[in-house]
Design a protein around this ligand. Structure first.
Ligand code: HAM
Length: 419
């Protein structure tokens, strides 16, 4: 127990964390270009927010929340996603009084008590964006294209973008009725969960992964077949805008997503080669959510992308992540006097922005060279008694093994100029 992390969590070790830094760099770049500002909200929220925001018939709320009581007997929940938190912050800080739309992005850990398997964790990380204040279908296309651009910048290939419209409070009751009519009489063939969904939220039956349920719901009325004029027109325009910028998509009329807040556009991105957990991102419009959480009626749309799954897909596709060199200069002193001198040089080098290291274990020169090699140091500065007496240091270029003697009073300037 003591030496094993909790199930479904991952340590990100040196050597791996550089990949995360790379993702974070691309996230910052793309968000700046698309005009999103970062938002940071607490890791935990009042449980009520997710019950109301995410929806109490969803798997996330019914089965997967990390909910606990604090010492003040408040029910709190580790965030299973960030849309509800971002909406809560938007309402709490009256951001709706500012010029709209408000565009925010986030990156951080989410928590779901899920059945752990490859690509499905209990603590995982999402990069997401939310746009508050516009119902224009061009925003739907913009948000979708931003997600696709992000994958593209990472070099990912063979992705499928699935889109659907799940309707709105005007057309959804009609769909619900038609679906219930279609399923009535077939209930005994559904799984227990879907039977309980029949009354509460029958649309989710369309999304069930159980083979029996899929067979039963084959040919069932889809949300697309029941859209009201407004939703239909909205969906047509989203498709037109996506076509206009050459974004390919698959219309997937069974895509209903696992969270209750969606209205109109819903989308998901799948990677072909990472196994069962193939959804590497998803999102959609949620025009009722802000009002539901207590704000003024305000439309919203966003996405969240799973960073662990993205990294796994990159690995599967053989995409190399550029890793920055951690050590420019390794100082290899021999003897106390040389160590003192090297320590001063180390201090100056670091203050001038170079990544420099010094021997910490009083190793032999041979062992120091081996260690410098391991650190991928570009240069090693060897300073022994002999060099000190001659007022020089030996500087070895680790790439070609060439060694030069540099006068000690020239050394700092010399090292600052190397690339
Ligand atoms: P979601 O589909 O629940 O949507 O999650 C988005 C992505 O997070 C998934 O596509 C997947 O890549 C990743 N993910 C979800 N659960 C896990 C898990 N247990 N382990 C690893 N990765 C996981 C949302 O969270 C919505 N908030 C998206 C959104 C934003 N909709 C509108 N705005």
């Amino acid at each position: 127990m003591l030496t094993t992390g909790p199930k479904g969590t991952n340590d990100i070790l040196p050597g791996q964390v550089e990949k995360w830094h790379f993702l974070e760099k691309i996230i910052k770049e793309i968000c700046r270009e698309y005009g999103y500002a970062e938002i940071r909200t607490p890791i935990f929220e009042h449980t009520e927010l997710f019950l109301r925001g995410v929806g109490d018939t969803t798997d996330v709320v019914e089965k997967e929340m990390y909910t606990f009581q604090d010492k003040g007997k408040r029910s709190l929940t580790l965030r299973p996603e960030m849309t509800a938190s971002a909406v809560r912050a938007f309402v709490e800080h009256k951001l709706y009084a500012q010029p709209l739309p408000i565009k925010v992005y986030y990156e951080g850990p989410m928590f779901r008590y899920a059945n752990v398997q490859a690509g499905r964790y209990r603590q995982f990380h999402q990069f997401g964006v939310e746009v508050f204040g516009s119902d224009d279908p061009v925003v739907d296309a913009e948000v979708i294209s931003m997600a696709m651009d992000f994958y593209n910048r990472l070099g990912l290939r063979d992705l499928e973008l699935h889109i659907n419209s799940v309707g709105c409070p005007v057309c959804r009751p009609k769909h619900r009725e038609e679906l219930r009519k279609f399923l009535a009489g077939k209930l005994d063939r559904l799984c227990a969960l879907c039977r309980s969904r029949y009354d509460r939220n029958p649309m989710r039956i369309l999304d069930c992964k159980e083979e029996a349920c899929r067979l039963v719901s084959e040919g069932a009325p889809t949300t697309l077949s029941c859209l009201c004029d407004d939703c239909r027109e909205h969906f047509e325009k989203v498709k037109n805008y996506l076509d206009a910028i050459g974004i390919e998509y698959i219309i997937d009329d069974r895509l209903v997503r696992g969270l209750d807040y969606y209205t109109k556009t819903a989308f998901e991105i799948m990677a072909a080669d990472i196994g069962a957990q193939s959804s590497i991102g998803g999102g959609g419009r949620y025009n009722g959510l802000i009002e539901q959480v207590g704000g003024p009626p305000t439309p919203g749309i966003g996405f969240a992308l799973g960073l662990e799954r993205i990294l796994a897909t990159m690995e599967r596709q053989g995409i190399e992540i550029p890793v920055e060199n951690r050590c420019d200069i390794y100082l290899a002193p021999l003897g106390e006097e040389a160590k003192l001198k090297s320590f001063r040089i180390l201090d100056i080098l670091r203050r001038s922005g170079l990544a420099a290291e010094i021997d910490n274990l009083n190793r032999s020169l041979k062992a120091q060279m081996k260690f410098a090699n391991r650190l991928k140091a570009k240069y090693v500065v060897i300073l022994g008694e002999n060099e000190l007496n001659r007022g020089i240091a030996a500087v070895r270029n680790m790439a070609d093994g060439q060694q030069e003697e540099i006068a000690l009073d020239e050394l700092i300037n010399y090292l600052k100029k190397i690339d």
